[in-house]
Design a protein around this ligand. Structure first.
Ligand SMILES: [Mn+2]
Length: 328
């Protein structure tokens, strides 16, 4: 295995890992394939070094990633009632401390490493490896493991492949370089199997997931002279279809896929009354990362999100204005 970016200095991370006995891995709320794949690859590498490792995600693990090795080690963790403090916490793929769902007090007691590729990352760790050149945090973990001289097992290769596959939308995003393909090829050589992985990740939808897709597409609105596409999911749609938040993760891509659409927006019901989860996708020149940032969220140039307060109509009106501005 080779480094994707050989100029990154992993030494502070490696030293912190060497000095620690108990290590906690964590990713953002509503974790995705990148967060989970990064955690599970690093988990295997760390336990093989004799570390005591736990994976503590506020929202556990999405169903479709249960096929990955050590998936059963992911705890749906209640940080609020947590008593112990590990020697080291490693945050993976999370752009802000708030998105970890972890109380501030825990950070004061232990060393926190922040490994992430979001350009908006707030560098909230004691050690921060934040590098937006990477297509996925999983590719950063790959570089870390190469630096640690870890031999890639088939399970490690599979976990990292899943991270890269999902964060590049199947090698389609603008961050998919020739070297990313070379890394993917090396992972396949190490035992990652593209088709079984695709079946698990993309060909295992729940029926409820298809039903909410149908309901969500009914809400489609085209604005800004054909350059923005809007869809939403409200509480009733979740209720009527039996779908959950995991089932709605990919819906926004349908809105962006329309010819001529530059910005897609998905507004989803939030578990807290009077709040809305907003996802943005851009296709070419629009920067939805900056847009989400200005609304208190964050992300990448072409994929970002935020949470917004108010009634649905109020939230939508605010976002409509912002989107029209960046498309003007
Ligand atoms: Mn990511």
């Amino acid at each position: 295995m080779k480094h994707l970016f050989p100029d990154v200095d992993w030494l502070p991370v490696i030293e912190a890992i060497e000095q620690a006995d108990s290590i906690v891995l964590i990713t953002h709320c509503n974790p995705d394939g990148d967060g989970i794949g990064s955690e599970l690859a690093l988990y295997e590498a760390l336990i093989s070094r004799g570390k005591h490792v736990s994976i503590r995600n506020r929202d556990g693990i999405p169903r479709i990633y249960n096929f990955l090795a050590y998936a059963e080690k992911v705890e749906k963790f209640d940080w609020v009632s947590c008593q112990d403090s590990p020697d080291l916490i490693i945050s993976l793929d999370c752009g802000s401390f708030k998105r970890l769902g972890m109380p501030q007090a825990i950070q004061q007691e232990t060393t926190l490493i922040n490994i992430d590729h979001h350009i908006s990352n707030a560098k909230f760790g004691d050690i921060n490896i934040v590098d937006a050149r990477y297509c996925a945090t999983g590719a950063m973990v790959s570089d870390l493991l190469v630096s640690m001289q870890v031999i890639f097992s088939a399970d490690i290769a599979t976990a990292i492949y899943v991270a890269i596959l999902t964060d590049t939308a199947s090698f389609r995003h603008s961050n998919t370089s020739a070297n990313v393909y070379r890394l993917a090829a090396d992972l396949i050589d190490a035992g990652a199997q593209p088709w079984p992985i695709s079946v698990a990740v993309y060909e295992s939808r729940s029926l409820a997931g298809i039903k909410i897709l149908m309901a969500c597409l009914e809400t489609l609105e085209i604005c800004d002279g054909g350059r923005s596409a809007w869809i939403y999911v409200n509480a009733e749609m979740y209720e009527e279809t039996g779908a959950n938040v995991e089932d709605t993760e990919g819906l926004i891509d349908y809105a962006r896929s329309i010819g001529g659409v530059e910005v897609a927006v998905l507004i989803r019901h939030h578990e807290l009354e009077g709040r809305w989860k907003v996802n943005f996708r851009a296709k070419t020149t629009a920067d939805v990362g900056a847009l989400a940032n200005s609304l208190g969220g964050g992300g990448h140039k072409h994929a970002a999100g935020c949470v917004i307060g108010g009634t649905f109509d109020e939230a939508q009106a605010i976002i409509r204005q912002e989107v029209s501005q960046i498309l003007a």
